[in-house]
Structures are given as structure tokens and as C-alpha cells.
Design a protein around this ligand. Sequence first.
Ligand SMILES: [Zn+2]
Length: 254
Amino acid sequence: MIIILIIFAFVLIAFSLRFTWWLPTKKGLVALMYHNIEYTDGKDAFCISPKIFKNQLEIILNKGFTPVNFDEMAEAVLNGAPLPKKPIVITFDDGYLNNWTKAFPILKEKNIKANIFLTCDFIGVKEDYLTWQQVLEMQNSGLISFGSHSLTHRRLRDLTLEDAEREIKESKIMLEEKLNRPVYSFCYPYGAGAFDKRIRPLVLKAGYLFDFSTKKGINKLPLSKNKPILRAFPRGGETAFDFHLQLTRGRSKL
Ligand SMILES: [Zn+2]
């Protein structure tokens, strides 16, 4: 009997080690990566329900985080402007329509800043993506900033260098023209596995200050433009415990 209990306890401990509670907590800029905010059965990692999203925003505020946007990050790097005490940058990849229909009303209600990476050629063209009018309205609210997620959302690693450069450079030009303001941030389509050391210099050469990948972690302060921004990834179907670990360790599981 005792042996069974010991084995049971051992299995339980071994299972819990998958979660990162045993890692030390980290300080710095927390960056969160969202995609879709939509009603969901929790099975899609890239989709969070509006209710859970709202809960997560409440957790962020209750823990004393201050949401910042790309412009404030740029001010910090360019002019040494101080970031708030516990800064957090909330990001959405791709530019889905539900960022406007579901996420934006909640962000407005709570007066929380967030940032959206737009796939430029899809905006106002593809169903389920934002329109330029929605983008501008969100910008005018003063709460939402925008970054580039390339023109066509292809894996930059698989393109010729010329095509990759076009995706990086022309999306910045297009966004700056549409938004009438500088665009500082770029986010690699398909994340950390989809770019390599040929690609990153093109992003910096195009004039971006920050490149965001899917590599997990919390960013050391002061920010530098020499390192891609690490992000935590709250997934659909996860618990508040996962979210707590993401805010304090940059990831909830190994
Ligand atoms: Zn994407």
C-alpha cells in the first residue's frame, strides 16, 4: 500500500514539473501573444474566449502591470524615456476581425493599451480580417498601436532574400502611409522557426526597432534593439495558473 502511495506521489510530482512553477520568477517587460478573441470550445490554442480574455486583463491590472504600446517602447529605446514599473505589452498577431469585434470593446471598457501586427495585404481584402477603417478607428482611440506582420504572411526563411526584404520593407512603408505615423515593430510570420540569421538584419535595416518572435520568455530591461522580443503565449483551454506562470516566468510549461 505504502509503495503504491509513494509511486502515486512520485508520478504527481513528476507531472507537475512540466509546469514552470519551479523556475525563478523573472522581472522585465512581459510581452503577451494573442491571435483570435472569439467564442471557443478551448481546443484551439490560437483562440481565447472574450470572457477569459477579460479575466486575463483583470489579472494583469490586479497584479499591478501597466500595459504599454509600441510607441512607448520606442521612446524608451530612442530617448531613454522610462517605462512604467511593471510594463506589459499586449500583442495580437495577424489582424483578425475579432480583434475589432471582440477584443477592442473589452480593451476600451478597461482602458487598456494593446498592439496589433497587421498582415498588410489581407487588411480590407480578406474576410475575417480587419479593414483599414477599423484600424484607423482603433488608432484614433489612443489605445491601439500597430506593427507589421509582413505583406502576405509567408515563411520569410523560404523566400529569396529579395522577396523577404520586400515583405519586411514594403509593409512598413504601406503601414506608415496608411497610419500616418512611424511603425517600429515587426513580427515574423510563423514565429521563431520561420526566420534565420539572414532575415533579422533585413528587419533592422528596414528601420524597425523591435522584432517579435514566438520565442518564449520575459525581456530584460532596459530594452535593447539587439535582441528579438520574447513573448509569452496564453493558449486557448489553459487555466489561470498557466497565465500566472506566463506573467512571472514567460512560459507555463516546458
Ligand atoms: Zn501570423
